[in-house]
Design a protein. Structure first.
Length: 285
């Protein structure tokens, strides 16, 4: 309801409960997407490597402050305990994240905290700014004015507006990139730390002349605009995950494309050989 920027870093480990707290898993995807009461969509991103933990946290912050929304950043135990060579970036060359705080009223001498811009983003006024006093908190707000409201139609309007704002992020993220043939027999798609094993297995298959491509989802909500089109270009879709099939559930539900899961919940990452064997099975090699 407050529509304030927040980045939540979730380093996933084997659960539920205390589970195996030093072991890895990818089982919090659905929790990040839906683990709140009411209709309250948020943005969700996931790095593919230790180096991407830097670039994707920057992206999470950009989305949070640009769209005035919480963003979930899904790392996992395997990434958190991994390392790779990484050139320290020049801070001056990093993309700037513009943060604008209003300093004056925006409506006939009054401040309207829910007067949205073209992207449906409300202004972010710093508490204590003279003349910009407004209500904050968890109660539903009236559109534009920000007054507490129990009006049924206003509530539905605000719920739909918040959802549309999150959906519009798809216009501001890169398309899903495919490595390998642009269409063919099999697409291997996943998210998070499964990336390294997927790349190795898919590229081994490509060297054997198999029609295999792979793609990595770094934006999980919303997903890139071309995700459905990419999935439909392949005869079969394989989704390796360190859970019981959470991304597969989302892909099938959103895009009505049948996906095959390769699921492992042992607290250990995939072996390249495990993914390679599944590729061979699906292609009858």
């Amino acid at each position: 309801m407050a529509e304030l920027p927040l980045v939540v870093i979730d380093v996933q480990r084997a659960g539920p409960s205390t589970g195996m707290p030093t072991k890895t898993e990818q089982a919090d995807l659905l929790q990040a997407l839906f683990g709140r009461n009411g209709e309250s969509p948020v943005a969700v991103v996931a790095p593919a490597s230790p180096a991407e933990c830097f670039t994707m946290i920057m992206e999470a912050i950009r989305l949070a402050v640009s769209y005035m929304t919480p963003v979930f950043f899904l790392s996992d135990g395997y990434l958190a305990n991994s390392a790779e060579p990484w050139p320290i970036p020049n801070v001056e060359r990093l993309p700037r994240i513009e943060i604008k705080h209003p300093t004056a009223p925006n409506e006939d001498g009054y401040f309207m905290p829910y007067k949205r811009d073209a992207r449906l983003v409300r202004p972010w006024a710093l508490p204590g700014t003279p003349g910009l006093e407004h209500r904050i908190g968890g109660l539903e707000k009236e559109d534009v004015t920000g007054n507490v409201s129990y009006d049924p139609l206003n509530h539905e309007h605000m719920v739909r507006t918040r959802a549309q704002k999150i959906a519009s992020i798809a216009e501001d993220i890169p398309p899903l990139e495919v490595r390998g043939p642009e269409k063919g027999d099999l697409l291997v798609i996943s998210w998070g730390s499964t990336y390294g094993a997927i790349v190795a297995a898919a590229e081994r298959a490509q060297r054997k002349g198999l029609s295999v491509a792979y793609a990595q989802l770094r934006y999980l909500n919303p997903m890139p605009k071309n995700t459905g089109e990419v999935l439909r270009r392949y005869k079969r879709v394989l989704v390796p995950e360190l859970n019981l099939g959470q991304l597969r559930l989302l892909l099938q539900g959103r895009y009505l494309v049948e996906c095959v899961g390769l699921n492992k919940v042992q607290g250990r990452p995939f072996l390249v050989s495990e993914i390679e064997a599944k590729i061979h099975e699906l292609l009858n090699v």
